[in-house]
Write a protein that binds this ligand. Sequence first.
Ligand code: ADP
Ligand code: ADP
Length: 228
Amino acid sequence: MLQFDHVSKRYPDGTLAVDDLHLEVEEGELVTLVGPSGCGKTTTMRLVNRLEEPTSGRILLGGEDIASQDAVRLRRRIGYVIQQVGLFPHRTVLDNAAAVPLLLGRRKAEARRRAAELLELVGLDPAVYGGRYPDQLSGGQRQRVGVARALAADPPVLLMDEPFGAVDPVVRERLQNEFLRLQAEMRKTVLFVTHDVEEAVRLGDRMAVFGQGRVEQFDSPAAVLGNP
Ligand code: ADP
Ligand code: ADP
């Protein structure tokens, strides 16, 4: 589904952020990218939605080189959730969740109906939270809105970059459980960045263990932990 074919990324200042990345993610698989800060996880994600371009190598999505695809159309097939989701502060939760359907040309009533479904899906009752503004939500609730928005276009691929990194451990565990439940239904192809090994083990079908731009291990959590 998603292949990295000897991908490297060197930034203009000379930093080699990704060094000969070669791996293949299956359709419907959740792969966690785990490793210390600065080892190239975020750069890898940004290469997939073409916020960065590789210096060498290719990334294939469904067998096609993403470099030859229109970036805007590509991003419609890829949901992206980051640690501090940027919600529109002056729009309600419902209208934030409806932003993507509106961009895709849905009519307002239909977009809001879809937004309400998405909020329900991520565990936010639209009747309670739909009319609130982002600053009236907890951190965990804001991340849920971010997940809802990322799912709006029903993209086959989800990129999640420390989506639960900024909330406290109890809330994080709840979000992880909810996400696992959701993923069991959705079966998206997911790349999930975390620096937390426990989170990577818990969520990943497989783990890509990064060290200094390179993937040092790519295997099931049990195999990575050494008890297959
Ligand atoms: P991680 O997500 O694992 O923390 P990153 O992909 O953000 O790692 O960064 C990998 C390396 O690339 C780090 O050394 C970082 O300082 C460097 N880096 C990231 N973005 C840029 C940039 N825009 N320009 C130069 N170096 C960068
Ligand atoms: P979550 O598990 O979703 O992160 P929290 O435990 O952080 O929730 O918050 C518990 C409750 O407090 C939630 O129902 C939320 O609506 C409410 N809450 C948290 N922060 C705020 C805020 N800044 N303004 C209004 N309500 C808040």
